[in-house]
Design a protein around this ligand. Structure first.
Ligand code: ZN
Length: 471
């Protein structure tokens, strides 16, 4: 990547500015979200619940009951989906034996994830991960014997991942999509840690992780319902932060602009493009109070990740032994699933994945505006970027301003000259004082799919910190 030092005033590069916003992604002809089938979600749910339990400590060898049979079926189903797209999916188990940890792994245990990879045609090293945890549990986290249907937690996310692979594998994308059904979540997020290590070993660049954990109910045990939203949890301070980064953020800001936070803002925007569809309630904390999920091992390694989950949790139908007590039915069973809600949650995921897989990586950028009345932004050209969207927001504003956005085309260096390309720097000369604003940039493909914003603050880049050394 080239890092430009030249700051060009806007007036010097008039051709770089587009007069109007390019066609946006949602105007594309085909909306893959419309292909989500409630019927297939129901069929997959019935199949995975039929394994009785998918507890990580349940049988690995029984051909009909337990996690072993369930993972084998998922791998076979990914294989069938791959056959239907002419072999476009690489299907593999990603796992290893985890040693006893004195907590929820009492004996050496094979943690095996079912993974399918749809390689990108232009930037195969750039990956989007859509994942759910496939394992289930009842009241006792060590009970691998009793029935644990895990319909909502997290059969709901699991059947969405399968359905997303069916639909999106019918298209080709510049970036790679990894579909992952993880195990070992209820024992301590083991499967996600194994997958996060694996993508790191593969040298992959992780653009986004959508961790879907419980996306299939709309009412709580108190009768409060909200079928219109999913919650998206994102971290504020980066999990991979260092003392040096915190010191720089104290001087320049950035505590509310982690890549996960900007991924959350972006998802809310995708949902808002379809006002009749599922909307996003952003929750600005890493996970629910005192609880966790499989986005966390990715955040720990510096990857952009969010948790997508129901708007209202139903505590009587998660992590419960199947029983009736004082007239109340407990247990995470299929009859408690709101399939219309699950379908609309799945539609949002498919739309977001389609757009992420077409969009380039968010740029790495910096702002220079100390002790001056104007602000200059610089960024590296991003592979696959046709144009950039530059926006700002007040430091106490939650979202990027829709108005006053700038659109800049990227053009290659004119042949025969030493001029740098336009479209990788901008100078605000109209009194936009950097102290008072946050600046962000999206990278967009020629077909109008734009990445999440990356913010010009320390720690704002969509890369683990050791790679992000320049801002
Ligand atoms: Zn869960």
């Amino acid at each position: 990547m080239r890092k430009l030092s030249l700051i060009a005033a806007l007036a010097a590069t008039p051709l770089a500015l587009l007069s109007a916003a390019p066609a946006s992604a949602q105007e594309a002809d085909n909306d893959p979200g419309l292909e989500v089938s409630e019927e297939r979600l129901r069929a997959d749910m019935d199949t995975i619940v039929s394994f009785g339990t998918r507890h990580t400590l349940s049988s690995q060898t029984d051909p009909e009951r337990g996690i072993g049979a369930a993972v084998d079926w998922a791998l076979a189903e990914f294989g069938r989906i791959g056959d239907a797209c002419g072999g476009c999916l690489e299907v593999l188990p990603v796992g290893r034996v985890v040693e006893p940890d004195g907590r929820r792994i009492p004996e050496p245990t094979l943690i095996r994830n079912a993974v399918a990879i749809q390689r990108g045609t232009e930037r195969p090293n750039e990956v989007i991960i859509v994942q759910a945890h496939y394992d289930s549990r009842v009241t006792d986290p060590l009970n691998g014997v009793d029935d644990a249907p895990g319909a909502n937690d997290d059969g709901s996310g699991s059947v969405m991942v399968l359905e997303a692979s069916r639909i999106l594998s019918q298209n080709e994308y510049p970036s790679t999509i990894i579909y992952a059904l993880l195990t070992g979540e209820e024992q301590g997020l083991f499967g996600a840690g194994i997958l996060a290590d694996w993508v790191t070993e593969q040298g992959m660049t992780v653009k986004a992780v959508l961790n879907n954990d419980m996306i299939g109910n709309s009412c709580g045990s108190d009768g409060f319902c909200d079928p219109e939203h999913v919650r998206v949890f994102s971290e504020g301070l980066r999990a991979d932060s260092t003392a040096e980064l915190r010191a720089r953020q104290r001087r320049f800001g950035g505590e509310n602009d982690s890549p996960g936070r900007n991924l959350s803002r972006w998802l809310a925007g995708v949902a808002a493009d379809y006002p009749d569809g599922m909307q996003v309630r952003q929750i600005w904390r890493t996970d629910r109070m005192g609880r966790g999920g499989d986005q966390i091992p990715f955040l720990d390694r510096g990857y952009p990740a969010v948790r997508v989950t129901v708007s209202v949790e139903d505590y009587e139908h998660q992590h419960q032994d199947l029983r009736v007590e004082d007239g109340i039915t407990y247990g995470d069973t299929v009859d408690e699933i709101d399939f219309d809600y699950l379908t609309r949650s799945s539609v949002l995921n498919v739309r977001a994945l389609d757009r992420l897989a077409r969009a380039p990586m968010p740029p790495v950028l910096s702002a220079n505006g100390a002790v001056r009345t104007d602000t200059s932004l610089e960024w590296d050209h991003v592979e696959g970027a046709d144009y950039y969207v530059i926006a700002r927001r007040r430091t106490d504003a939650s979202t990027w301003l829709e108005d006053n956005r700038s659109f800049m085309h990227f053009d290659e260096t004119p042949t025969g000259t030493n001029e740098p390309p336009v479209g990788t720097s901008i100078e605000y000369v109209d009194g936009r004082r950097a102290d008072d604003w946050l600046f962000g940039i999206q990278a967009c493909s020629a077909d109008g799919a734009c990445s999440p914003f990356a913010t010009a603050v320390p720690g704002g880049a969509f890369y683990p910190l050791e790679v992000d050394s320049e801002d």
